[in-house]
Design a protein around this ligand. Structure first.
Ligand code: C2E
Ligand code: MG
Ligand code: MG
Ligand code: MG
Length: 291
Protein backbone atom coordinates (compact mmCIF):
# COMPACT_ATOMS: atom_id res chain seq x y z
CA UNK A 1 0.00 0.00 0.00
CA UNK A 2 1.43 3.34 -1.06
CA UNK A 3 -0.61 5.77 0.94
CA UNK A 4 0.95 9.16 1.45
CA UNK A 5 0.49 10.86 4.78
CA UNK A 6 -1.54 13.62 3.15
CA UNK A 7 -3.81 11.11 1.51
CA UNK A 8 -4.48 9.38 4.80
CA UNK A 9 -5.32 12.64 6.46
CA UNK A 10 -7.83 13.53 3.75
CA UNK A 11 -9.49 10.15 3.86
CA UNK A 12 -9.43 10.07 7.65
CA UNK A 13 -9.51 6.82 9.50
CA UNK A 14 -10.23 3.61 7.66
CA UNK A 15 -12.16 1.08 9.75
CA UNK A 16 -10.92 -2.50 9.87
CA UNK A 17 -13.05 -5.49 8.83
CA UNK A 18 -13.66 -6.24 12.49
CA UNK A 19 -14.92 -2.74 13.11
CA UNK A 20 -17.21 -2.85 10.07
CA UNK A 21 -18.60 -6.17 11.26
CA UNK A 22 -19.14 -4.83 14.76
CA UNK A 23 -20.88 -1.74 13.43
CA UNK A 24 -23.25 -3.81 11.29
CA UNK A 25 -23.88 -6.12 14.22
CA UNK A 26 -24.74 -3.16 16.43
CA UNK A 27 -27.03 -1.66 13.78
CA UNK A 28 -28.95 -4.88 13.44
CA UNK A 29 -29.29 -5.58 17.15
CA UNK A 30 -30.20 -1.97 17.99
CA UNK A 31 -32.68 -1.31 15.19
CA UNK A 32 -35.87 -2.26 17.03
CA UNK A 33 -34.83 -0.28 20.08
CA UNK A 34 -34.04 2.72 17.88
CA UNK A 35 -37.53 2.49 16.35
CA UNK A 36 -39.06 2.48 19.84
CA UNK A 37 -36.86 5.38 20.91
CA UNK A 38 -37.95 7.47 17.92
CA UNK A 39 -34.48 7.57 16.35
CA UNK A 40 -35.78 6.24 13.05
CA UNK A 41 -37.95 8.60 11.01
CA UNK A 42 -39.29 9.15 7.54
CA UNK A 43 -38.36 12.09 5.35
CA UNK A 44 -40.44 12.99 2.31
CA UNK A 45 -39.25 14.28 -1.03
CA UNK A 46 -41.86 15.98 -3.23
CA UNK A 47 -42.21 15.21 -6.93
CA UNK A 48 -43.81 17.58 -9.42
CA UNK A 49 -45.65 16.98 -12.67
CA UNK A 50 -44.28 18.42 -15.89
CA UNK A 51 -45.02 20.78 -17.48
CA UNK A 52 -47.62 22.22 -15.08
CA UNK A 53 -45.55 21.74 -11.91
CA UNK A 54 -48.15 20.49 -9.53
CA UNK A 55 -47.27 18.30 -6.58
CA UNK A 56 -47.43 14.76 -7.95
CA UNK A 57 -46.72 13.05 -4.64
CA UNK A 58 -43.90 12.41 -2.22
CA UNK A 59 -41.34 9.65 -1.83
CA UNK A 60 -40.82 8.33 1.69
CA UNK A 61 -37.13 7.91 2.54
CA UNK A 62 -36.11 6.36 5.85
CA UNK A 63 -33.60 8.10 8.15
CA UNK A 64 -31.82 6.87 11.28
CA UNK A 65 -30.02 9.02 13.79
CA UNK A 66 -28.02 6.40 15.67
CA UNK A 67 -27.07 7.34 19.26
CA UNK A 68 -23.45 6.35 18.64
CA UNK A 69 -22.86 6.50 14.87
CA UNK A 70 -24.90 9.64 14.18
CA UNK A 71 -26.88 10.12 10.98
CA UNK A 72 -27.00 6.98 8.89
CA UNK A 73 -28.14 6.94 5.28
CA UNK A 74 -30.40 4.13 4.10
CA UNK A 75 -27.67 2.91 1.73
CA UNK A 76 -25.65 2.23 4.87
CA UNK A 77 -28.17 0.39 7.01
CA UNK A 78 -30.97 -0.98 4.80
CA UNK A 79 -28.75 -3.78 3.40
CA UNK A 80 -27.79 -4.84 6.93
CA UNK A 81 -31.44 -4.74 8.03
CA UNK A 82 -32.40 -6.82 4.99
CA UNK A 83 -29.70 -9.39 5.62
CA UNK A 84 -30.81 -9.73 9.24
CA UNK A 85 -34.40 -10.47 8.21
CA UNK A 86 -35.72 -7.21 9.69
CA UNK A 87 -36.94 -5.57 6.49
CA UNK A 88 -40.55 -6.38 7.34
CA UNK A 89 -40.24 -4.31 10.51
CA UNK A 90 -38.70 -1.40 8.62
CA UNK A 91 -41.24 -1.47 5.79
CA UNK A 92 -44.18 -1.64 8.20
CA UNK A 93 -42.86 1.42 9.98
CA UNK A 94 -42.33 3.46 6.80
CA UNK A 95 -45.69 2.37 5.38
CA UNK A 96 -47.55 3.27 8.56
CA UNK A 97 -45.88 6.69 8.82
CA UNK A 98 -46.60 7.42 5.15
CA UNK A 99 -50.25 6.38 5.33
CA UNK A 100 -50.72 8.46 8.47
CA UNK A 101 -49.30 11.44 6.55
CA UNK A 102 -51.52 10.83 3.49
CA UNK A 103 -54.54 10.54 5.82
CA UNK A 104 -53.74 13.93 7.37
CA UNK A 105 -53.57 15.51 3.92
CA UNK A 106 -56.90 13.95 2.99
CA UNK A 107 -58.37 15.46 6.14
CA UNK A 108 -57.05 18.84 4.96
CA UNK A 109 -58.61 18.36 1.53
CA UNK A 110 -55.40 17.40 -0.27
CA UNK A 111 -54.89 14.31 -2.40
CA UNK A 112 -51.16 13.67 -2.27
CA UNK A 113 -49.82 10.18 -2.87
CA UNK A 114 -46.88 8.60 -1.08
CA UNK A 115 -44.31 6.25 -2.58
CA UNK A 116 -42.67 3.66 -0.33
CA UNK A 117 -39.54 1.76 -1.34
CA UNK A 118 -39.73 -2.00 -1.09
CA UNK A 119 -36.95 -4.51 -0.80
CA UNK A 120 -37.16 -7.73 -2.79
CA UNK A 121 -37.32 -9.47 0.57
CA UNK A 122 -40.73 -7.89 1.21
CA UNK A 123 -41.95 -9.93 -1.74
CA UNK A 124 -40.77 -13.11 -0.03
CA UNK A 125 -43.57 -12.58 2.50
CA UNK A 126 -46.73 -14.10 1.07
CA UNK A 127 -48.88 -12.23 3.57
CA UNK A 128 -47.47 -8.86 2.50
CA UNK A 129 -50.39 -7.83 0.23
CA UNK A 130 -52.93 -8.71 2.93
CA UNK A 131 -50.96 -6.70 5.49
CA UNK A 132 -50.85 -3.70 3.15
CA UNK A 133 -54.58 -3.93 2.51
CA UNK A 134 -55.26 -3.95 6.25
CA UNK A 135 -53.13 -0.84 6.71
CA UNK A 136 -54.90 0.99 3.86
CA UNK A 137 -58.23 0.18 5.49
CA UNK A 138 -57.00 1.16 8.94
CA UNK A 139 -56.06 4.63 7.71
CA UNK A 140 -58.88 4.92 5.18
CA UNK A 141 -56.46 5.70 2.37
CA UNK A 142 -57.54 4.82 -1.19
CA UNK A 143 -55.01 2.41 -2.77
CA UNK A 144 -54.27 4.73 -5.69
CA UNK A 145 -52.64 7.15 -3.22
CA UNK A 146 -49.99 4.54 -2.42
CA UNK A 147 -47.09 3.66 -4.72
CA UNK A 148 -44.49 0.98 -4.15
CA UNK A 149 -41.05 1.45 -5.72
CA UNK A 150 -38.93 -1.59 -6.53
CA UNK A 151 -35.60 -1.79 -8.30
CA UNK A 152 -35.57 -3.84 -11.46
CA UNK A 153 -32.70 -5.98 -10.16
CA UNK A 154 -34.86 -6.71 -7.12
CA UNK A 155 -37.72 -8.00 -9.21
CA UNK A 156 -35.44 -9.81 -11.64
CA UNK A 157 -33.54 -11.70 -8.93
CA UNK A 158 -36.51 -13.98 -8.23
CA UNK A 159 -39.37 -13.28 -10.65
CA UNK A 160 -41.17 -16.52 -9.75
CA UNK A 161 -41.62 -15.29 -6.23
CA UNK A 162 -41.97 -11.58 -6.94
CA UNK A 163 -44.49 -11.62 -9.77
CA UNK A 164 -47.52 -13.14 -8.03
CA UNK A 165 -47.09 -10.74 -5.10
CA UNK A 166 -46.70 -7.76 -7.42
CA UNK A 167 -49.83 -8.80 -9.31
CA UNK A 168 -51.72 -9.06 -6.04
CA UNK A 169 -50.58 -5.60 -4.91
CA UNK A 170 -51.45 -4.20 -8.30
CA UNK A 171 -54.92 -5.75 -8.26
CA UNK A 172 -55.56 -3.97 -4.96
CA UNK A 173 -55.20 -0.72 -6.93
CA UNK A 174 -51.75 0.24 -5.62
CA UNK A 175 -49.40 1.92 -8.10
CA UNK A 176 -46.13 0.13 -8.84
CA UNK A 177 -42.94 1.81 -10.00
CA UNK A 178 -39.66 0.37 -11.26
CA UNK A 179 -36.93 2.35 -9.48
CA UNK A 180 -33.40 3.13 -10.68
CA UNK A 181 -34.30 2.07 -14.20
CA UNK A 182 -31.41 1.70 -16.57
CA UNK A 183 -28.86 0.49 -14.03
CA UNK A 184 -29.67 -3.23 -13.89
CA UNK A 185 -30.12 -5.78 -16.61
CA UNK A 186 -32.81 -3.61 -18.13
CA UNK A 187 -34.64 -6.18 -20.14
CA UNK A 188 -37.18 -4.16 -22.05
CA UNK A 189 -39.20 -7.23 -22.90
CA UNK A 190 -39.34 -8.03 -19.22
CA UNK A 191 -40.60 -4.59 -18.28
CA UNK A 192 -43.60 -5.26 -20.50
CA UNK A 193 -44.53 -8.30 -18.46
CA UNK A 194 -44.36 -6.54 -15.12
CA UNK A 195 -47.59 -5.14 -13.68
CA UNK A 196 -46.11 -1.65 -13.35
CA UNK A 197 -47.47 1.86 -13.83
CA UNK A 198 -44.35 4.00 -13.53
CA UNK A 199 -40.72 3.85 -14.50
CA UNK A 200 -38.17 5.97 -12.63
CA UNK A 201 -35.07 6.91 -14.60
CA UNK A 202 -32.00 6.40 -12.44
CA UNK A 203 -30.49 9.64 -11.20
CA UNK A 204 -27.04 8.85 -12.61
CA UNK A 205 -28.39 9.42 -16.15
CA UNK A 206 -30.33 12.53 -15.20
CA UNK A 207 -27.31 14.00 -13.40
CA UNK A 208 -25.11 13.24 -16.39
CA UNK A 209 -27.33 14.29 -19.25
CA UNK A 210 -26.17 17.92 -19.25
CA UNK A 211 -22.60 16.92 -20.04
CA UNK A 212 -22.81 13.40 -21.47
CA UNK A 213 -24.58 12.73 -24.74
CA UNK A 214 -24.77 9.03 -23.90
CA UNK A 215 -26.69 9.78 -20.70
CA UNK A 216 -28.95 12.13 -22.63
CA UNK A 217 -29.69 9.38 -25.14
CA UNK A 218 -30.50 6.91 -22.36
CA UNK A 219 -32.89 9.37 -20.72
CA UNK A 220 -34.58 10.12 -24.02
CA UNK A 221 -35.02 6.46 -24.89
CA UNK A 222 -36.42 5.56 -21.45
CA UNK A 223 -38.99 8.35 -21.83
CA UNK A 224 -39.98 6.99 -25.24
CA UNK A 225 -39.97 3.37 -24.14
CA UNK A 226 -42.00 4.18 -21.03
CA UNK A 227 -44.59 6.09 -23.01
CA UNK A 228 -44.87 3.40 -25.66
CA UNK A 229 -45.68 0.96 -22.85
CA UNK A 230 -48.24 3.37 -21.42
CA UNK A 231 -46.20 4.11 -18.28
CA UNK A 232 -45.74 7.32 -16.34
CA UNK A 233 -42.09 8.34 -16.59
CA UNK A 234 -40.43 9.87 -13.53
CA UNK A 235 -36.94 11.39 -13.51
CA UNK A 236 -35.01 11.40 -10.23
CA UNK A 237 -31.90 13.48 -9.55
CA UNK A 238 -33.20 16.70 -11.10
CA UNK A 239 -30.75 19.25 -9.69
CA UNK A 240 -30.69 21.98 -12.36
CA UNK A 241 -33.26 24.10 -14.21
CA UNK A 242 -31.65 22.98 -17.47
CA UNK A 243 -32.33 19.34 -16.67
CA UNK A 244 -35.94 20.06 -15.77
CA UNK A 245 -36.44 22.02 -18.99
CA UNK A 246 -34.86 19.27 -21.09
CA UNK A 247 -37.02 16.61 -19.41
CA UNK A 248 -40.08 18.76 -19.95
CA UNK A 249 -39.23 19.12 -23.64
CA UNK A 250 -38.85 15.33 -23.93
CA UNK A 251 -42.29 14.84 -22.44
CA UNK A 252 -41.13 13.30 -19.14
CA UNK A 253 -44.15 13.27 -16.81
CA UNK A 254 -42.73 13.80 -13.33
CA UNK A 255 -39.56 15.33 -11.86
CA UNK A 256 -37.95 14.68 -8.49
CA UNK A 257 -34.68 16.12 -7.20
CA UNK A 258 -32.87 18.74 -5.17
CA UNK A 259 -34.01 21.47 -7.61
CA UNK A 260 -37.55 20.91 -6.43
CA UNK A 261 -36.68 19.97 -2.85
CA UNK A 262 -34.41 17.76 -0.80
CA UNK A 263 -36.08 15.05 1.26
CA UNK A 264 -37.60 16.88 4.24
CA UNK A 265 -38.80 15.92 7.72
CA UNK A 266 -42.57 16.04 8.06
CA UNK A 267 -42.84 19.54 9.58
CA UNK A 268 -40.55 21.10 6.98
CA UNK A 269 -42.42 19.38 4.18
CA UNK A 270 -45.63 20.91 5.52
CA UNK A 271 -44.05 24.37 5.40
CA UNK A 272 -42.79 23.68 1.86
CA UNK A 273 -46.26 22.66 0.73
CA UNK A 274 -47.92 25.60 2.39
CA UNK A 275 -45.50 28.06 0.83
CA UNK A 276 -46.04 26.65 -2.64
CA UNK A 277 -49.61 25.52 -2.86
CA UNK A 278 -52.69 27.55 -3.44
CA UNK A 279 -55.63 25.67 -2.04
CA UNK A 280 -58.98 26.51 -3.48
CA UNK A 281 -61.47 26.09 -0.64
CA UNK A 282 -63.95 23.28 -1.00
CA UNK A 283 -62.24 21.73 -3.99
CA UNK A 284 -60.64 18.40 -3.27
CA UNK A 285 -57.33 17.65 -5.01
CA UNK A 286 -56.63 21.22 -6.10
CA UNK A 287 -52.94 21.53 -5.40
CA UNK A 288 -51.41 24.24 -7.50
CA UNK A 289 -47.70 24.60 -7.17
CA UNK A 290 -46.01 27.84 -8.01
CA UNK A 291 -42.28 27.41 -8.49
P1 C2E B 1 -34.06 5.68 -4.23
O1 C2E B 1 -35.34 5.01 -3.92
O2 C2E B 1 -33.61 5.66 -5.63
O3 C2E B 1 -34.23 7.17 -3.67
C1 C2E B 1 -33.68 8.31 -4.27
C2 C2E B 1 -32.38 8.71 -3.60
O4 C2E B 1 -31.82 9.80 -4.32
C3 C2E B 1 -32.55 9.21 -2.17
O5 C2E B 1 -31.39 8.87 -1.43
C4 C2E B 1 -32.63 10.73 -2.38
O6 C2E B 1 -32.27 11.47 -1.24
C5 C2E B 1 -31.63 10.92 -3.48
N1 C2E B 1 -31.89 12.12 -4.28
C6 C2E B 1 -33.08 12.73 -4.51
N2 C2E B 1 -32.94 13.79 -5.31
C7 C2E B 1 -31.63 13.86 -5.62
C8 C2E B 1 -30.86 14.78 -6.43
O7 C2E B 1 -31.36 15.72 -7.03
N3 C2E B 1 -29.53 14.53 -6.50
C9 C2E B 1 -28.92 13.48 -5.86
N4 C2E B 1 -27.61 13.33 -5.99
N5 C2E B 1 -29.62 12.62 -5.09
C10 C2E B 1 -30.96 12.81 -4.97
P2 C2E B 1 -31.48 8.24 0.04
O8 C2E B 1 -32.57 8.88 0.81
O9 C2E B 1 -30.10 8.25 0.60
O10 C2E B 1 -31.92 6.74 -0.25
C11 C2E B 1 -31.07 5.85 -0.91
C12 C2E B 1 -31.76 4.57 -1.25
O11 C2E B 1 -32.10 3.83 -0.07
C13 C2E B 1 -33.11 4.77 -1.97
O12 C2E B 1 -32.87 5.04 -3.34
C14 C2E B 1 -33.77 3.45 -1.71
O13 C2E B 1 -33.33 2.47 -2.62
C15 C2E B 1 -33.26 3.09 -0.31
N6 C2E B 1 -34.29 3.42 0.68
C16 C2E B 1 -34.61 4.61 1.23
N7 C2E B 1 -35.66 4.51 2.09
C17 C2E B 1 -36.01 3.19 2.08
C18 C2E B 1 -37.03 2.43 2.76
O14 C2E B 1 -37.86 2.95 3.54
N8 C2E B 1 -37.08 1.09 2.49
C19 C2E B 1 -36.20 0.49 1.60
N9 C2E B 1 -36.32 -0.84 1.39
N10 C2E B 1 -35.24 1.17 0.96
C20 C2E B 1 -35.15 2.51 1.20
MG1 MG C 1 -37.18 5.07 -4.66
MG1 MG D 1 -34.13 5.65 -7.46
MG1 MG E 1 -31.28 4.43 -5.67
Amino acid sequence: VRATRGGDEVRGYVPSMGQIFLRRFQMVTQFRQSLEDGHVSVHYQPKITLPNRQVAGVEALVRWVHPEFGRLGPDEFVPAIEAAGLIGVLTSFVLEESLRRVRKWLDEGLRISAAVNLSVRNLGDEDFPAKVQRELERFGVPPELLTFELTESGVMSDPQKALPILRELHSLGIELAVDDFGTGYSSLAYLRQLPVDQVKIDKSFVLGMGTDLGDLAVVRSIVELGHSLGLTVVAEGVEEDVARDQLEAMGCDVAQGYLISRPLPEDRLEAWLQARTARSPGRHSETVLTL
